[in-house]
Design a protein. Sequence first.
Length: 202
Amino acid sequence: MRVFTVYRGGGDFLPKHVQALQRQVLQWSPVGTTFLCLSSVPIDGVLTYPLQTEWPGFWAKMELFDPAIAGDFLFMDLDTAIIGPIDDFLKPRPLTTFGGALMWLPEADRVEAGEIFRANPEGIMREYGGEDVFLRAVWAGQHTVPRTFIDQVIRERKMTRQWTEDLPEQICFRKYRGLIQPDCITTRSNDTRIVIFSGLPR
């Protein structure tokens, strides 16, 4: 099983944060799990693949949708802390997300989003506030440029399966920038496995 992250240098994060996430992933994952990073720079001790574009900031995540990356995998943002076994998160499943921070990404669900984005990256980056908003629009079948998609994360309107439904006791967040997803747990429990941070301070 594979766990990906993406590192674009020049922001809040440093290579040491990639190394820290790798340590946590390998500590708490089943034997045989591989950690990979799409990165703008080589990172000591980490299996990295060079970013191929200049897409800025969080938009660099869209390189995960390159058809050269085959198969299904788990993606984690760098502001993620793993504090317990994550075996359940690594079990194959349909497309499952927590915003753009934690995503199980089947290859079949990446194809259309990648094609749409690569056809007009500048226009999409201009119209959508973040890669997670764009992806929700695509997965809801409501992608347009100019944007008409109204981003509302509510019970009655889900674009994907949610980690907060599949593994509600195993995930919590410290701060969720923007919309709060239904059923999010905000306090750590004995069952918590993954803590997602967002915004500052981290």
